[in-house]
Design a protein around this ligand. Structure first.
Ligand SMILES: Cc1cc2nc3c(=O)[nH]c(=O)nc-3n(C[C@H](O)[C@H](O)[C@H](O)COP(=O)(O)OP(=O)(O)OC[C@H]3O[C@@H](n4cnc5c(N)ncnc54)[C@H](O)[C@@H]3O)c2cc1C
Length: 429
């Protein structure tokens, strides 16, 4: 006798989900139609329904909320205790949209969903440390609020009518709605925006690994280091981050590189200080206490990852010429880089990576660009051009740092747009 569920192949699973989606009846009319059932769309749909509106959420994928599953390496870093508009590309708009109770509003919403959380540094995760928990509580609450979740429906056009909007998907299916919310996430809004004559800022991936010029440092592929990273453009400091980097053969990855990817451009130089807690004089005192200009081959092994140390020692002894004239700030003014120790210290305090662009855009966590924010009322997220049309989440030109800031915008903007859309629908009865 076989125990447990029969294992379904991926295509069987898809077929089963497609069938289940097909069986969901979408009404011909509703109060609020949410286009996109991801993070922001689910919170928006729940909020609108709990405010008394009849709500349909149309989702392109076979399941709603599937983007949530990949977040935080499957653990979902769903918010951050240090929420602040300064972490976003459009801080003024974010500030005008969110209230001082931003974090409390998000936590209340999830507490009411039955979810509990835990803190790691400033980041909050579900106590299960499973992104699936976040998705699951959202789907359960959406069902309880009688939201009609309709997956496998890719919305292709939204038409304006005197009493609302006609939302079309598939081959000729449509519904009429009093209010519509665009929550299609990053990289998907351009076509729908065009049908509504809304302005879109060109979309590009951010929060992604950085591609850098090939150099002898490429051989350090796979090594990790805790660094202070300074990004320079023509010697002026553009960005500064502290944390872990993952050195790759193509450039840099890890949280520090992801955060820098929002602020650097091709041609910028990132200098990694591999020992940010130590001054040049302190390191010299450890590895070359007699200031002889020389150090033992393994002198840095107690300070750095030994593989990184041995490669840097090789480069220092070979007087490796940096890819372009570059002097890490820790050594600026010290022209007398003549000894092995000087060369080594210059590498340790300012390992240079010359940025060429984004590596692996498919790994990007967020898309910069989307609906330009000046077309929306920040307190309701309603279009200034189209009454009863709203937007939320990454469909708007808002992106934030790693650390739960992007989902925090998704949740909060979903709360704002959901409430305002229900009120707008009510007003047109
Ligand atoms: C790998 C990865 C890890 C991440 N980790 C974190 C993290 O730990 N913390 C954090 O804060 N952020 C994280 N993010 C970012 C975060 O996931 C997004 O900011 C957030 O999901 C945006 O929510 P959204 O609802 O706007 O978009 P989405 O969640 O992407 O939802 C949009 C939905 O709209 C649907 N859709 C698109 N076009 C149509 C259409 N025409 N018709 C119908 N439906 C459509 C899509 O299928 C999708 O389900 C991560 C992102 C990725 C990719």
């Amino acid at each position: 006798m076989a125990y447990g569920k029969r294992h379904l192949s991926r295509s069987d699973q898809r077929a089963r989900l497609a069938l289940a989606a097909q069986e969901i009846r979408v009404p011909v009319a509703c109060d609020v139609c949410v286009v996109g059932g991801g993070a922001a769309g689910l919170v928006c749909a729940i909020t609108a329904a709990e405010s008394g509106a009849s709500v349909v959420a149309l989702e392109r994928n076979l399941r709603c909320g599937s983007t949530i599953l990949a977040t935080g390496n499957g653990r979902c870093n769903f918010t951050n205790v240090s929420l602040d508009p300064k972490h976003y590309n459009n801080p003024r708009f974010v500030k005008a949209a969110v209230s001082s109770s931003w974090l409390d509003d998000i936590l209340k919403f999830f507490r009411d969903c039955g979810m509990r959380w835990c803190l790691e540094d400033d980041r909050l995760y579900p106590v299960s440390r499973q992104a699936a928990s976040v998705r699951s509580v959202l789907l359960r609450r959406a069902r309880k609020a009688h939201v009609i979740l309709a997956p496998n429906r890719t919305v292709s056009e939204i038409e304006t009518f005197p009493q609302g909007y006609r939302v079309q998907w598939g081959s000729g299916s449509s519904l009429m709605t009093r209010a519509v919310v665009l929550s299609v996430g990053g990289g998907c809004v351009t076509t729908l925006a065009a049908s509504l004559h809304l302005n879109v800022r060109a979309e590009s991936p951010v929060l992604a690994p950085l591609a850098c010029e090939t150099s002898p440092l490429s051989s350090l592929n796979g090594r990790r280091a805790h660094v202070a990273a300074s990004a320079y453009r023509a010697k002026s400091l553009q960005a500064y981050e502290r944390g872990e980097v993952l050195l790759r053969d193509y450039g840099l990855s890890g949280i520090v590189a992801f955060d820098l990817s929002r602020r650097v451009s091709p041609g910028d130089v990132i200098a990694l200080d591999l020992l940010p807690g130590y001054s040049v004089a302190e390191i010299r005192g450890i590895v070359d206490p007699r200031d002889s200009g020389h150090f033992e081959d393994d002198a840095f092994d107690g300070l750095l990852d030994p593989q990184i140390a041995s490669q840097l020692v090789r480069l220092a002894r070979a007087r490796w010429k940096l890819p372009r004239p570059w002097q890490p700030s820790a050594l600026q003014g010290a022209d007398q880089q003549t000894t092995d120790t000087d060369f080594m210290l210059s590498l340790v305090k300012g390992l240079p990576y010359c940025v060429t662009g984004i590596a692996h855009p498919e790994l990007a966590q967020v898309t910069r660009g989307g609906l330009m924010v000046d077309q929306f009322n920040p307190t309701t997220l309603e279009s200034l051009q189209h009454p009863s049309l709203f937007a939320c989440g990454e469909a708007m030109d808002i992106d934030g740092d790693c650390g739960g800031f992007n989902l925090s915008w998704a949740w909060k903007s979903g709360l704002i747009a959901g409430k305002a859309a229900a009120e707008a629908a009510e007003a047109t009865r």
